[in-house]
Ligand binder design. Structure first.
Ligand code: DQA
Length: 147
């Protein structure tokens, strides 16, 4: 059975207490629980993974090729602006993905305008807090239903 893989990059384990004025009050567990419930209601299993380490993110993306992941939702966090390695892993496995951000990086510091993911993504959803993930999941479920 196809599943959706949700990937969270560095420092997102601190959601809830990390700069709540920018990232909101929801914890990562709150977000993951909501996504899993919504996805399972639609009959699609959902797996989640968070890491602060670039190599672990690359390893998890490579593993997705053999674990039934039909779609990836990823918030690359700081890797968005730095990581050719994570970008290359997503290109290598060729699993369609949606890029998510809680904040809108384009309305923030200039270094956040550099992005290694958007041109490969099916789409990017940014600026809606925890709802960004929910909108991404709805889009992924629609894509899977149409596939
Ligand atoms: C972020 C935006 C990034 O610029 C930042 O490094 C993050 C979180 C977001 O979700 O708004 O860690 O990806």
């Amino acid at each position: 059975m196809p599943s959706i893989l949700v990937l969270h990059g560095p420092n997102l384990n601190l959601l809830g207490s990390r700069e709540p004025g920018i990232y909101g009050h929801a914890t990562l567990a709150d977000i993951d629980d909501q996504l899993r419930t919504r996805s399972e209601q639609a009959g699609i299993a959902l797996k989640t993974f968070q890491t602060n380490h670039e190599g672990e993110m690359v390893d998890r993306i490579q593993a997705a090729r053999g674990d039934g992941s039909a779609f990836i939702i990823i918030n690359p966090a700081a890797f968005t602006h730095t990581s050719v390695a994570v970008r290359d892993a997503l290109a290598a496995v060729a699993i369609p993905f949606i890029e998510v951000h809680l904040s809108n990086p384009h309305s923030r510091e200039p270094f956040r305008h550099t992005n290694y993911f958007s041109d490969l993504a099916v789409g990017t959803i940014a600026g809606f807090g925890a709802d960004s993930y929910r909108y991404a999941l709805d889009a992924a479920l629609k894509k899977l239903a149409a596939a």
